[in-house]
Ligand binder design. Structure first.
Ligand code: ZN
Length: 148
């Protein structure tokens, strides 16, 4: 049995996983998911991209309870569908990446502007082993609870 990503090439694995995006070699704008073809920066005519690992931490830009099943690459793991929390996290690279919230966390753990860290967790298991996906885990700031 092995552990492997549910979708190939979107993130690295290991103790410090990171999303993999494309950086335009002309204007250095970063895109996620990875892109090919023409740079989407309207002021740039670049056509070449380099793979780049994105920051593992960002700030929660928005979040929601997913009451409806998201489009691919989301892979349904329960039938019927069970709602879960989704967070949109803004990375220092200037892009916003949507992801499910880590196991054990819900919307009550999320706050706009709070820090979140990328983790890779098991999405489902099949005959060849565990399949993983990235998720956003709220970074708990120590001492904050006591002040409230
Ligand atoms: Zn460009």
């Amino acid at each position: 049995m092995t552990t492997s990503p549910a979708i190939e090439g979107w993130f690295t694995t290991g103790p410090e996983p990171a999303l993999v995006g494309s950086s335009c070699t002309t204007c250095t704008t970063v895109f996620f998911p990875r892109t090919t073809g023409f740079c989407r920066n309207p002021a740039c005519d670049g056509e070449e991209f380099a793979d780049v690992e994105l920051s593992r931490r960002g700030r929660i830009w928005s979040y929601t309870d997913a009451q409806y099943q998201p489009p691919p690459p989301y892979i349904p793991v329960t039938d019927p569908y069970v709602p879960f929390a989704l967070a949109a996290v803004e990375l220092p690279e200037g892009l916003v990446v949507l992801g499910q919230v880590a196991d054990g966390y819900g919307v009550s753990d999320l706050k706009v502007g709070a820090e979140a860290e990328l983790v890779v967790e098991t999405l489902y298991a099949d005959e060849s082993g565990d399949r993983t996906i990235w998720r956003w885990k709220p970074v708990t700031e120590l001492g904050q609870e006591a002040e409230q």
